[in-house]
Ligand binder design. Structure first.
Ligand SMILES: NCCCN[C@H]1CC[C@H](N)CC1
Length: 290
């Protein structure tokens, strides 16, 4: 509606509507995969929406990008090779670049238009593409990961949109199986895992698939005010090999002095890392593996 982005009538959150006041539309387009909208909001800075669903806002993107990158990378001693599936805005790349042990970052994003739009309107996120360790692949994630040699990566981060558009395949069993094959023993996967308030059925399905496919599986969450229900979850998995203790970050990133050129962390720290795995009683019952 005019002057307001309202995302409702979406099977992902039936009967709910979430809206942000649109102060000024900055870009509106349609790629071969989805509608792309960028607008200036009243309180959250610029906003990127795909098919009318908020993907990120300048004000709270830090919570999502920092957590999805540092929950896995701070859990293994010295990540060297990392793969990002999705993440075309570049925010996760910006966070991975904080880890000096990382030598090589592959990113596979299906929609080039998302990258081009974010380079124009979200320089604080697309700065991630400027890191010399990054290699960009415009491709379908399933196809890309299927062609990946076995044991290639220390960490894989699946920064996907909701599983009702181009990202639908990213919650199905075959996808997790080829991810497990592409990780080295003791390698880690972190993917976006929706909301414990809205999607416990979908999360349960993903958890049971991951428990058959990986050695360790945990669910963590963070507050992101502009996502439906104000929280977003993360699935943390590790392949069999050196055991990974996700709950006690052995490779802390928040102790590093901030290199002046890099922006400081705005959300993630080691305490939030540990707290992220603490679940409310209802979620423990519905999502626990124990
Ligand atoms: N890097 C952009 C974040 C994409 N993450 C998703 C956006 C849409 C939400 N409903 C779920 C998370």
């Amino acid at each position: 509606t005019d002057g307001e982005l309202v995302y409702f009538n979406n099977p992902m959150w039936p009967g709910e509507a979430h809206s942000l006041k649109v102060e000024k539309i900055l870009y509106q387009g349609k790629s071969e995969f989805q509608e792309i909208l960028v607008f200036e909001s009243s309180m959250y800075g610029k906003v990127l929406a795909l098919d009318g669903i908020v993907q990120l806002t300048e004000r709270d993107e830090c919570a999502y990008q920092e957590m999805i990158a540092h929950l896995p990378l701070c859990s293994i001693p010295s990540p060297k090779t990392v793969l990002v599936l999705g993440g075309g805005d570049g925010g996760v790349l910006r966070e991975i670049a904080r880890h000096s042990s990382v030598e090589h970052i592959d990113i596979c994003e299906i929609d080039k238009m998302v990258i081009d739009v974010c380079k124009k309107f979200f320089p604080d996120l697309s700065v991630g593409f400027e890191d010399p360790r990054v290699r960009l692949h415009i491709d379908d994630a399933v196809k890309f990961i299927r062609d990946t040699p076995e044991g290639m990566y220390d960490a894989i981060i699946v920064d996907s949109s909701d599983p009702i558009g181009p990202a639908r395949e990213l919650v199905e069993k075959p996808f997790f199986e080829i991810i497990a094959r592409a990780l080295r023993p003791g390698g880690v996967l972190c993917n976006q895992a929706e909301s414990m308030w809205l999607h416990t059925h979908l999360i349960q399905e993903m958890l049971s698939i991951c428990r058959e496919t990986f050695d360790t599986v945990h669910y963590a969450w963070a507050s992101v005010p502009t996502y439906p229900s104000g929280v977003i979850g993360f699935l943390l998995c590790s392949t069999n090999g050196p055991p990974v203790d996700f709950l006690n970050p052995i490779n802390p990133i928040d102790k590093q002095e901030v290199v002046k050129s890099k922006r400081e962390l705005k959300f993630y720290n080691s305490e939030i890392h540990k707290a992220a795995f603490a679940l409310p009683a209802f979620a423990k019952r519905e999502l626990s593996s124990f």
